[in-house]
Design a protein around this ligand. Sequence first.
Ligand SMILES: Cc1ncc(COP(=O)(O)O)c(C=O)c1O
Length: 719
Amino acid sequence: MIFESSVNQCKIFDRSNITQVIDLLSQRLIPFKDTAGGSTWLTWTNSSITFFGLGFVLGIIATNYAKYFTPTDRFGPGRRKKDTKTNNDENGMKTMPGSGSHNFGIDNRKIYSRDGKNHQVLEGAISLFSRNFSVKYRQHSFKQKDGGVDAYRKVVTYLSPEDMLQTLFFERPKDDCKNSGKFLKQSLHLNHSLGEHEKDQKMIHLFKQIQKYSVDTCHPYFFNQLFGALDPIALSAELIALSVNTSSYTFETAPVFTLIERHVIESLAKIVFGTSAVDDGCKSECYCLNRNKRGERSKLCSSGNYDGLMLPGGSLSNLTAIHLARHYCRLKSPHDKLRNTNNHPSRFESDDENQVQMDEATKSGSSKSTLVAFVSSEAHYSFSKSASVTGIGNENLIIVPTLSNGQMDVCQLDLLMTRVKEESYTRKIPFFVAATAGSTVRGSFDDLEAIARVCRKHEDHLNQGVQNEKMTTKLQHKIWMHVDGAWGGSAIFSSRDDLRQLLKGLNHVDSFTFNPHKMLGAPQQTTAFVTRHKGALKSCNSTKAKYLFDSRKNGAEFDIGDASYTCGRRTDAIKLWALWKYYGSNGLGKKIEAKVDSLALFAQIIEEHEHFMLACEPWPFNVNFFYLPKRIREILKKYNVDIYTKSPVVPTAIEGDLANVSIELKLRLHQSGEMLIPFQPISNQKADCFRLVLAGDKKFDETDIYNILYLMEKHGANL
Ligand SMILES: Cc1ncc(COP(=O)(O)O)c(C=O)c1O
């Protein structure tokens, strides 16, 4: 048995130079502090630095609440209680005494609400939050036990749906819970009133229950999805965003966040499209889409040939790409059937509010022509939903087959486009191709350069086909190329050749999206979308709702919300900004590279291990593999299957059996709560196999690899 006893801490809170930053911040941001006595849940001491990153952030949040909720009868209206133990800075803010003590927080007083009520529920919730990230709680050790090992902390406390309902939603009669704990009778059921007696404690208890039975996606052995293992910096940023709870649509409402978002998008555009896209030489223009209240453009920054926004998830980013591509087509395609005479072709390029007047017919999506989109069979399912939502229709979403390695078969793309074009004189027009940079299951990266070449070829042909004297040079049909990098797109931060190679040609595409909430460990959801087409989003989405977007307001030229199809917008940019600022492009790149190296080692061990078998040639971010219990090994032997190859051929007769092993083993692991790992079929391999990915801020080394194999053996040997 491969086993090594280990203590694997999910190092959520690395100690580093952030200590000094906390000192500075706490001096500024903790306005009152009674140094006598420790705070209940925000105490910082050198000996128990358990959650300092969060501690300081929670301190800020708590302070915000405390500032607003401190009852006036305690400190007098508009005045802060004089505190002899703290100093005042020149702004009258309290500064923290003795930076070495790191004793900060809202102190041992309770948070009080405006009406003087103790804010126990909030306090309790913050305490539950902090506990979840304390080193003690995060400690994940494997202990020898009866000749085996057991995970000290579980990914999930598994209950079947029936048991979960029974445990959490069942309303027990009062006398049924005499010996079962103080608040156990409390249920999540909404018919079950909390009553007034100890209401706050009951509420906290319910929160605790919710937390207890939820999946711990920060657990080192949570591999189920492409997210998890929160990065402490990004999490801190989320808390700061939460502490101000605003909406990132107008400068007026979110002055810092709107500027951060613009800056993050600009920085991303620079990486994706190159510096020339950002600094296009039109120095006289500002990248602000609007004019200020005096009708002037701001001179604060220069314009670039790009556009972008933070969006709520990769799926909606893919939807946005299709939406923009269709919009572009409507405005610019020379095909008579697509053209709307009210749309002047220059409008799309203009960032001038007065020219971005969308025609209702364009927005409604009505068209006599049929637009056809192309994605590979490995592409994310959100494209299918997007085709449906935009009215393109799934019959007009052509699924391009993949090569054996999971990449889009570009020859097939070429052929399929030709076929569609042959029908174009009747009604079909290719307008959109989505490439994937890191597919969900295989982790495959499409060949961006080859796909771009095919797009350009067919685009040229389509443009030639409709040349006539009515056309202006501005009218050009475009086959919009989008790159879905939701999973693998974070590789943009790496300068290593193997990873750069995967994204070769990215600088020529029309749009790109990536999810820092997947690979980089930002809290859900953090998704960035960029396009090389200036003003595209606003042109497509603007409605200029007067009550919100009005140039007479301060800073209106920096409003970004009208470019979005939502009204309220989360302040997600701060999470990407914080990661980028703290680790730098280089640091983020190194994190990505470390994952690639760990997974390469994992793949090598699987390839060489007699009890496991690779399901296909691994890509850098995904390893698909089978577990082979003894019974299956013997069958495979009979069929002469080479289990030590990167792409084994599984005989059809065994596929069902092998799939059942994966399914049953996954269920057992789930129920044990020791590991969550997904199974699924992959192209060219019908039997369901396991997928290992390293999402988020996951520390992962050889010991983890052997522990994973051990857990699979432990639960699957008799299958
Ligand atoms: C390649 C790819 N694109 C898009 C998505 C959807 O992203 P989200 O969950 O943020 O909507 C996923 C999700 O796993 C994905 O793997």
